[in-house]
Design a protein around this ligand. Structure first.
Ligand code: HEC
Ligand code: HEC
Ligand code: HEC
Ligand code: HEC
Length: 462
């Protein structure tokens, strides 16, 4: 063998070993999860699973505290959520959240130690809302978290900032891409398993409510309107879901027909509820905290850190492999009966009544919130009735924002409010083609920025 051919075969062997290095060494295990012949099998590497186990251990619960004795609210000054606990239970709760969220920093991470009632640290304000969020997850979303539930540790794992978060993407600069919008593609991103799929699978599905269903119900395309772009978006989301749980697509689907529910596993239904739960976590709890967080905690476009499936699951099919920590903390299982109402509904009480004229409705929103309040429902039903009465008419939606605060954030909020109204119309069965969104507009300058009439969405029917 000449020196050259020896060198070439060595190079070939080296190249082959590099190519194979991405493959996993056997043995690989598999577990059948559906009927034989359907390919519903979970393939996993026992070594990867063994590595993950130590990182997914629950913390041991502290001994229960006595529910007897004076209520904490009668002893302390500033309890808005946990006042009905006994003093002992409150102390235990504080020790637990310190271990879950800020074990290194201690009580001082949230408290001004010279005055524990003081709310000057943003972390305390955030933590109070997080308690309400956790109570809501455990009581309202049993369809997802079952009796297992979650605690602060499910997301935080001993760190003030959970490891798995997401921010909205930075807009693509127009000039260098004269060929058009890349839609987040051809830039391999871990969010979608390094595939060339739109690399932000979160904003459309975990914040907005874009339609995930793209498969046609018939063999031929007869009026089914999902585009290739929408399909790519769905696949990006599905890769995120599979990665977050450490499972294959067949954990939830029979791949003969991804859309078919009868042939899907029960886990797919759990996941369906999970998608809606994450939307609520992001829109009702995290988003309204945007201005509470300092700029250093916010994303490149100034948005708040948001949750996805990995925030709780962290690679496990059930967070902490199903360990139930919440049962030892009844204060996190449901809102206390006599507790102050959550911030959102407290503010709702002060919203002006909606305008509900024949061809024009005006809906008002809470500070920093894009959620359509219950109190505005007559305005919505008027629009829906007007559209039903005049089949040719369309609804034009414009979001308004106040002049106070940063313009970009205000415009984004006005846009999200307009989207909420659009989504409510679509949910009421109005066809998408009858809903027109117009640009966010700034209202007449108001001094305080707290003028509720500035935070509105107008809908005109014509
Ligand atoms: C992750 C944030 C966080 C940490 C860490 C924390 N706390 Fe708190 N603490 C809060 C929140 C939020 C409240 C208010 C709860 C409410 O409104 O019901 C509070 C309230 C209190 C109160 C009542 C104060 C008053 O007069 O209203 C006491 C006492 C207290 N904490 C003690 C502690 C101690 C002791 C530690 C350390 C072992 C600690 N906390 C750690 C968030 C935290
Ligand atoms: C569903 C997941 C989830 C759960 C459950 C959860 N958190 Fe959070 N938490 C988050 C996210 C997301 C953030 C935003 C991250 C950031 O600070 O940038 C956050 C931020 C915080 C912060 C601010 C930290 C900082 O330095 O900016 C505190 C304090 C906090 N959480 C306390 C709690 C407490 C106390 C509980 C339990 C009562 C809890 N969290 C439960 C997801 C969660
Ligand atoms: C944890 C469960 C789960 C996993 C894993 C999962 N999916 Fe899904 N999938 C769902 C749910 C839930 C929906 C329906 C969402 C809805 O209707 O809002 C869905 C919908 C879909 C759809 C659209 C079906 C339709 O009606 O048009 C496709 C296609 C799809 N998944 C493909 C995949 C692929 C490919 C993978 C693997 C990369 C995957 N899924 C992994 C739960 C899962
Ligand atoms: C707030 C934390 C949290 C978030 C966020 C979350 N999950 Fe879960 N999930 C849980 C808990 C807790 C369980 C365990 C429930 C149980 O014990 O049955 C679970 C269970 C599941 C299961 C059932 C697993 C099984 O084998 O029975 C699926 C599937 C699932 N989650 C999918 C998702 C998907 C998809 C997302 C993102 C859209 C998501 N989860 C987001 C907390 C969360």
């Amino acid at each position: 063998m000449s020196a050259l051919s020896r060198f070439l075969s060595f190079a070939a062997a080296l190249a082959a070993s590099l190519l194979l290095s991405a493959c996993e060494r056997p043995p690989i295990d598999s577990v059948q999860t559906g009927y034989r012949g359907t390919g519903m099998v979970q393939v996993y590497n026992p070594r990867t699973v063994a590595d993950q186990i130590p990182a997914n251990q629950p913390l041991a619960a502290q001994p229960a505290a006595s529910p007897e004795g004076p209520r904490a609210k009668d002893v302390y000054k500033n309890l808005q959520v946990l006042g009905d606990l006994s003093v002992g239970e409150l102390t235990r709760h504080m020790a637990a959240i310190t271990a879950w969220v800020s074990p290194k920093e201690g009580c001082a991470y949230c408290h001004n130690l010279t005055n524990l009632a003081d709310d000057s640290k943003y972390t305390k304000v955030v933590a109070r809302r997080m308690v309400q969020m956790t109570q809501n997850i455990n009581s309202k979303w049993k369809t997802h978290v079952a009796g297992t539930g979650v605690t602060c540790y499910t997301c935080h794992r001993g760190e003030p900032v959970p490891q798995q978060l997401w921010f909205g993407p930075v807009a693509q600069p127009e000039a260098p891409y004269f060929i058009g919008n890349r839609n987040g593609q051809n830039a391999p991103a871990r969010t979608v398993g390094l595939a060339s799929l739109p690399n932000d699978p979160f904003t459309p599905y975990l914040k907005k409510t874009s339609d995930i269903r793209i498969a046609g119900p018939t063999a031929l395309p007869t009026g089914h309107e999902a585009s290739i772009q929408q399909t790519e978006g769905t696949y990006g989301l599905m890769i995120h879901m599979s990665n977050s749980l450490g499972v294959n697509c067949t954990y939830c689907h029979n791949t003969r027909s991804f859309g078919n529910w009868d042939e899907s596993s029960p886990q797919r239904t759990t996941a369906w509820h999970g998608l809606r739960m994450v939307g609520e976590i992001n829109n009702n709890y995290l988003e309204p905290l945007t201005s509470t967080f300092p700029a250093t905690r916010r994303g490149p476009t100034g948005d708040v850190a948001k949750a996805n499936c990995a925030t709780c699951h962290q690679g496990a099919y059930k967070p902490l492999y199903g360990a139930a920590m919440a049962k030892d903390h009844p204060e996190l299982l449901a809102p206390a009966a006599g507790a102050a109402p959550p911030a959102a509904s407290a503010a709702t009480a002060t919203l002006p009544a909606p305008v509900a004229e024949a061809l024009r409705s005006v809906l008002y929103f809470d500070v920093g919130s894009a959620a359509l309040a219950q109190s505005q429902s007559t305005g919505m039903s008027k629009v829906i009735a007007s559209l039903a009465a005049t089949p040719g008419a369309k609804a034009t939606i414009s979001g308004y924002h106040s002049a106070a605060g940063t313009l970009a954030q205000n415009q984004e909020l006005a846009k999200q409010r307009a989207f909420s109204v659009r989504d409510a119309l679509l949910a009421a069965g109005v066809a998408e083609s009858r809903v027109v969104l117009s640009k966010p507009q700034q209202t007449e300058a108001n001094v305080s920025g707290e003028d509720p009439s500035a935070r509105r969405v107008e809908v005109t029917v014509k």
